[in-house]
Design a protein around this ligand. Structure first.
Ligand SMILES: C[S@@+](CC[C@H](N)C(=O)[O-])C[C@H]1O[C@@H](n2cnc3c(N)ncnc32)[C@H](O)[C@@H]1O
Length: 495
């Protein structure tokens, strides 16, 4: 009886959630002005004379076999599905479920925008229905060209003047940055002007300014940029530090450190040391930093408008491997920060991806494995709060202090920023001769084993993802492999 009542409560809660989502969708549909947002204007019956029919699973199969529907059918179907899902109870066809509309919509999004269905679904799930369409639409449009003034060489107003004199039409990006300029049009190539060659600016996406602003490195500090090539953020940090202290600019990829070194020289950064280690070797190779930036290797789902290959070249396995690598890197980054730093003791974690696996899940994992760190405000003036509850996963409530940035909301690349304060680890009386339980800064006792990177756990997920990927490709699935100690593949994306 009790269980039944709990189930009814859960159902009612889910219904209420869906109703709220419907209202939000309806508001978005009403507010937007893109192709899909005017769905309601065509009235209760939908558009055109022909009544809309949601294809059955069999009809969808037939459609696929015959080479897929024409673009107008797909467009109309997407509009209709968005409209129906904006007010499901009222508009859905009798006997058809919400998941049938969702499946159809995801499949149409994939074919219309050119994604594989796996990624289309993963990204679709991040937003209410109508907003998801806005996100996919925004990925079809290039973001504004932006540059960052190198304050080691010039002032923004002098740079703006010099470029205007060369026929560049530009404006400041926004109040949140005093070094950014947005280029509207230019009669000269912006990556080859004398000012560019003299290092007066860096061609850099606006979103890339955010983690450095959040980290806020100070003059005289010792800073690590753990994954730094080609150096957009390293050189920004060097400038904020006024060429004092030291920035260790590391990247595992030796070839990429060439462009990093070139940028360091061009921009006149004298406080940068370039090195090439796997980030997972820190802090063994070096530690005790006042601040660390981990601009992690990621899937690049925030920069699809720049790299359209992401639409089709990512599988579930890639996300599992990346999340695994990101978790390993973030623990090493935390351990490289000096909790005794007089001026800092901070880590910023960022990615140019919008998936939860690469962002909130990694941050939440770090909080669980390192009880001596806490999330703090990023200090950024805008951005949506990180998810604390996502599709059944519940994260630490402080994850709401992290920030998400989206192309359709902020007109910049999709991005994620989290800022941690690292405090001292406190040990209580030893359990045996050489090790004792660690307690969190809140005094909670933590099992020492729990602090280690759980390789086996992640390898199980990786193996499962490999099997699924093989199945999806129609390949025969081999017997389950034992977890191996192999380092994950590095999938790169530049911000
Ligand atoms: C998002 S990009 C960094 C962009 C850079 N921060 C910037 O602003 O110009 C990620 C970088 O991580 C590097 N990387 C990948 N795996 C790594 C690892 N295990 N250790 C250190 N760097 C790694 C890649 O070579 C790539 O240059």
């Amino acid at each position: 009886m009790e269980a039944r009542s709990r189930a009814l409560d859960a159902n009612a809660a889910r219904e209420a959630e869906l109703d709220a989502e419907e209202m939000q969708n309806a508001a978005l549909v009403g507010a937007g002005d893109d192709d899909f947002a005017d769905a309601d204007e065509v009235g209760e019956e939908g558009e055109g004379d022909e009544e809309f029919h949601l294809p059955t699973a069999e009809e969808r199969e037939e459609e696929k076999k015959s080479g897929g529907p024409d673009i107008h059918t797909v467009q109309r179907r997407m509009r209709e599905c968005v409209r129906v899902m904006g007010s499901f109870k009222r508009l859905a066809a009798k006997g058809r479920s919400r998941s049938e509309y969702v499946q159809q919509l995801i499949s149409d999004i994939a074919s219309y925008y050119g994604y594989n269905e796996f990624l289309a679904e993963k990204l679709f799930q991040l937003f209410p229905v109508a907003e998801a369409i806005e996100f996919f639409e925004a990925n079809e449009v290039s973001r504004p060209v932006t540059i960052r003034t190198n304050t080691l060489r010039t002032r923004r107003r002098d740079l703006a003047q010099a470029l205007i004199n060369r026929g560049v039409n530009l404006e400041s990006i926004g109040k949140w940055t005093n070094v950014g300029l947005q280029v509207f049009e230019s009669s000269v190539p912006i990556g080859a002007t004398p000012e560019y060659l003299a290092g007066h600016y860096m061609l850099q996406a606006a979103s890339s300014f955010l983690p450095v602003i959040a980290l806020s490195p100070q003059p005289g500090e010792r800073v690590l940029d753990m994954a730094s090539a080609p150096g957009g953020k390293t050189t920004h940090m060097a400038a904020l530090m006024e060429n004092t202290g030291v920035v260790f600019a590391n990247d595992v990829n030796k070839a990429r450190t060439k462009s990093l070194t070139a940028n360091v020289h061009r921009l006149g950064c004298k406080n940068v040391v370039v090195c090439s280690y796997d980030g997972r070797e820190f802090p063994k190779v070096m530690g005790g930093f006042d601040r660390v930036l981990l601009d992690a290797p990621c899937s690049g789902t925030g920069i699809i408008s720049k790299d359209t290959g992401v639409k089709t070249n990512k599988t579930e396995r890639d996300f599992t491997l990346l999340s695994h690598l990101q978790k390993q890197l973030i623990l090493c980054a935390i351990d490289s920060v000096s909790p005794d730093s007089k001026t800092g003791g901070y880590l910023v974690y960022s990615t140019c991806s919008v998936t939860v696996d690469e962002n909130e899940a990694v941050v939440d994992y770090a909080l669980r494995k390192r009880p001596n760190v806490k999330l703090v405000d990023t200090g950024l003036e805008f951005g949506r709060p990180g998810y604390t509850n996502y599709r059944g996963k519940v994260f630490n409530e402080k994850v709401s202090l992290t920030r998400r940035f989206y192309p359709h909301v902020h007109n910049m690349d999709g991005f994620y920023v989290a800022k941690f304060k690292v405090e001292k680890r406190v040990k209580t009386k030893p359990r045996d001769e050489d090790s004792g339980p660690v307690v969190s800064t809140s005094g909670e006792a933590i099992d020492a084993d729990d602090l280690k990177f759980n390789n086996d756990e992640d390898m199980r997920y990786i193996e499962e993802a490999r099997r699924k990927a093989m199945k999806a490709k129609g390949l025969r699935v081999t017997t389950r492999r034992k977890p191996v100690e192999a380092g994950p593949t590095v999938v790169e994306a530049t911000a």
